[in-house]
Design a binder for this molecule. Sequence first.
Ligand code: HEM
Length: 126
Amino acid sequence: MRDIEQIQDVQLMVDTFYGKIQQDALLGPVFAERIAPEAWEKHLQTMYRFWGAQLLGIMEYQGAPYAKHRSLPIDKPHFDQWIALFHATVDELFRGPRASTAKVKAASIGQVFLGKMRFERGQFNT
Ligand code: HEM
């Protein structure tokens, strides 16, 4: 198995991941609430740019992603499931330093999002 090397690899990773997300009993409805069927293509394009920037240094993504998550009805179980699906996706497709980086970054960004969310909700110690 090979590593993530080019933008087509990032696209395959993103497409496979959001395919799993849309099928998922816990996360599917959260995404469906925010992203209409005709808006998925745009979301996928954004995520190609985000992961292209993170993994290949193609700095085309500009955004403040946390703001888009602040008001979602999600908590630790959702993040755990998001990370589990992301890791499963990467492991089934790629192996190597960038594949590892993708998993570490996803988990650490997820931790930061969850931490900010809990802080904003006043959930300091649970
Ligand atoms: C339970 C976990 C998560 C859920 C339910 C979730 C859900 C969503 C939804 C619904 C959107 C679309 C928002 C909109 O356009 O209004 C979105 C955008 C996005 N998400 Fe997540 N997300 C989760 C975790 C993450 C994590 C861990 C990352 C990063 C590793 C991430 C990165 C992004 C980015 C980059 C965007 C695009 C923001 C933009 O438009 O610039 N998300 N997410």
